[in-house]
Design a protein around this ligand. Structure first.
Ligand SMILES: Cc1cc2nc3c(=O)[nH]c(=O)nc-3n(C[C@H](O)[C@H](O)[C@H](O)COP(=O)(O)OP(=O)(O)OC[C@H]3O[C@@H](n4cnc5c(N)ncnc54)[C@H](O)[C@@H]3O)c2cc1C
Length: 456
């Protein structure tokens, strides 16, 4: 129970004078930190209604920011002088008796989910990294290692509990508040604080082969030829990340193949044979992991050692065009000559894409449904002086990929909210669904209390 003047909640409130304030405003990327006037930790949906009422009662009303896992590299979950609703105390995972679904608190992280699901031999189409928030991931789309089987995170949402700007707590699903249910599946952060998500659950997957195979940057063309061949026979459980990376101690430009291949040892060996025999890696570490839980841990060690400041953007594309990939490679190589930026990476995420394309663009608010892959551009650095140049670089690489798609396919994909920098136009994020989203915003959040970017 916590009480400050005008606000009493079952959860907690932290202010700049609290000893734990620095930790309360910390985010995965130091660039996402803003000095909030209040950080609140609601323990119930009713707490959030009270917090919203408190924010409204101030003169002027306080800005609201909702934090899930705090992983978005923009300042979307932070506030300069406003009030943060940090959902981390709404963290629970409850498997349904029939094992077909799982109820997840709006502040849970994927690692929390997998640790619990492992006990039940279940899995969901969730994020690949332990500390990414379930809320932001699902409500902004959500690409999973299992997307080849089950589509996006939003495609697996059965029901959500939302605290609206009015303070009303509503349950939405395909029958109850169907418009709201449509809107939060892609533009969730614009409509309220989602305190609970019910996701489809599936029998556990595994084992999977994961790890890294490294090639010198000079071999880009040969590696691409093998990757193209791999994609032509790709199965739902076969996923690769082609990564441009400079690894210590020498920081030479290199190409990493990061596989996620489900199947027996024999099957995965066969699938990866071209990567070890047709072309020869200079380094390889390939292991079999028993469960998805173990997979989600594999990025933890890596993330613990990356520079603290990040600009993470992404772009979708129809095909792995050699000229585009080479152009991005040369640009990345030049950018990472700078010592402070040399741990920046470009990751081409190549998964079996048909399942996502089974859903029509207008069926959920998430508008990117033509068959596609995606690229993550992760600009990493330590000095605040490099914040601007890093954002410019990430934005430039996103533009190169978007422009290539426009030239080669005649259209450009929307930028997923989860991979946006916050500087994109709303049209470029919500695509053909923007007009309907605007109508629903006027109904559910007319004073634009939620959603710091991409005005609806
Ligand atoms: C290391 C890393 C790995 C990633 N891997 C993937 C990946 O494999 N696939 C993929 O699709 N994306 C991936 N992402 C992107 C990730 O999905 C987005 O950054 C996502 O927004 C993170 O959600 P969060 O809750 O952690 O973030 P936050 O920064 O807390 O929130 C992001 C946005 O969502 C809103 N939000 C969060 N929770 C809620 C809620 N419960 N109710 C209402 N609004 C909410 C916030 O207000 C904010 O606008 C990755 C990001 C990182 C940093």
């Amino acid at each position: 129970m916590s009480t400050i003047s005008g606000l009493s909640i079952q959860g907690a409130v932290v202010t700049p004078s609290s000893t734990d304030y620095e930790g309360a405003i910390a985010r995965l990327s130091a660039t996402s930190v803003l000095p909030a006037a209040f950080v609140t930790y609601p323990a119930t949906p009713a707490d959030i209604s009270n917090i919203l009422q408190f924010a409204r009662s101030q003169n002027p009303p306080l800005q609201i920011a909702v934090k899930g896992g705090g992983c978005h590299s923009s300042t979307a979950s932070s506030s300069d002088g406003g009030i943060v609703i940090d959902l981390s105390r709404l963290n629970y995972v409850k498997v349904a008796a029939d094992k077909q679904s799982v109820k997840i608190g709006g502040g849970a992280l994927w690692g929390d989910v997998y640790s619990e699901l492992e006990k039940h031999d279940l899995v969901v189409a969730g994020g690949n990294v332990w500390n990414v928030g379930v809320g932001g991931f699902v409500l902004g789309g959500g690409y999973s290692n299992l997307s080849g089987f089950y589509g996006l995170g939003v495609d697996n949402l059965i029901e959500a509990t939302v605290v609206l700007a009015s303070g009303d707590v509503v349950i939405c699903n395909k029958d109850n508040e169907p418009d709201l249910f449509w809107a939060i599946r892609g533009a969730g952060n614009q409509f309220g604080a989602v305190t609970e998500l019910i996701l489809k659950a599936y029998p556990a997957h595994g084992p999977a082969t994961v790890g890294a195979l490294a090639y010198p940057g000079t071999q880009l063309s040969e590696v691409l030829a093998v990757v193209q061949n791999f994609l032509s026979t790709q199965k739902p459980g076969h996923r690769l990340i082609l990564t441009f990376s400079r690894a210590p101690p020498d920081y030479y430009p290199s190409i990493l193949i990061l596989p996620y291949i489900e199947g027996t040892e024999e099957e995965t060996k066969f699938a990866l044979a071209p990567f070890t025999e047709t072309i020869k890696p200079v380094f390889q570490q390939i292991v079999s992991v028993p469960t998805f839980n173990a997979v989600s841990h594999s990025a933890d060690a890596f993330l613990a050692h990356v520079p603290p400041r990040a600009a993470l953007g992404g772009a979708l594309f129809s095909n792995l065009w050699e000229d585009t990939i080479t152009k991005v490679f040369l640009d990345w190589m030049a950018f990472t000559e700078n010592e402070d930026s040399r741990q920046s990476v470009v990751m081409w995420e190549l998964f079996a894409r048909d399942k996502i394309a089974e859903v029509r663009e207008e069926d959920t608010a998430y508008p990117a449904r033509k068959p596609h892959y995606y690229a993550i551009v992760d600009g990493r650095h330590t000095s605040p002086n490099d914040d601007g140049p890093t954002c410019e670089w990430v934005s430039r690489i996103m533009s190169i990929i978007n422009q290539a798609n426009l030239e080669k396919e005649g259209f450009q994909f929307p930028t997923p909210a989860n991979f946006g920098l916050g500087t994109e136009k709303s049209e470029d994020v919500y695509g053909i669904n923007l007009p309907r989203l605007r109508e629903l915003k006027a109904k559910y959040d007319p004073k634009a209390v939620f959603g710091k970017f991409w005005t609806l």
